[in-house]
Design a protein around this ligand. Structure first.
Ligand code: TYC
Length: 105
């Protein structure tokens, strides 16, 4: 960082160069398996919040159920944060412990 800073003529130029070098990061939104959330509810979430077809939603849910975790979708930071929030809010409103998180791609 200090060496990179020395290459730029000013802190403002350094920030400008950084912004040009680094494209916005994408994030995986991940669903975790548990023993209490119903399969039907997870499929509903994958259709309503992640906009998958019923067939794809079923396949993702079964893969999470079998392997322990799975990717519901890939989005930029703000959209991923919103989908995590909406998923957890809806799960808690229905009394399910479903866990949803995001990880950089
Ligand atoms: N394992 C749950 C069950 O058997 C179903 C489930 C699937 C729960 C995916 C969470 O992310 C999940 N009812």
């Amino acid at each position: 960082m200090a060496t990179e800073l020395q290459k730029s003529s000013s802190p403002a130029q350094f920030i400008e160069e950084k912004l040009q070098l680094e494209p916005p990061r994408s994030y995986k939104v991940i669903l975790l398996n548990d023993d209490y959330t119903t399969m039907e509810f997870v499929v509903e979430i994958l259709i309503d919040i992640f906009h998958h077809s019923p067939e794809k939603a079923e396949a993702i849910m079964l893969s999470v159920h079998k392997s322990g975790r799975g990717v519901a979708g890939i989005y930029d930071k703000e959209v991923a944060e919103t989908k995590v929030y909406q998923t957890i809010e809806r799960a808690r409103a229905e009394g399910f412990p479903l866990q949803c998180l995001m990880e950089p791609l």
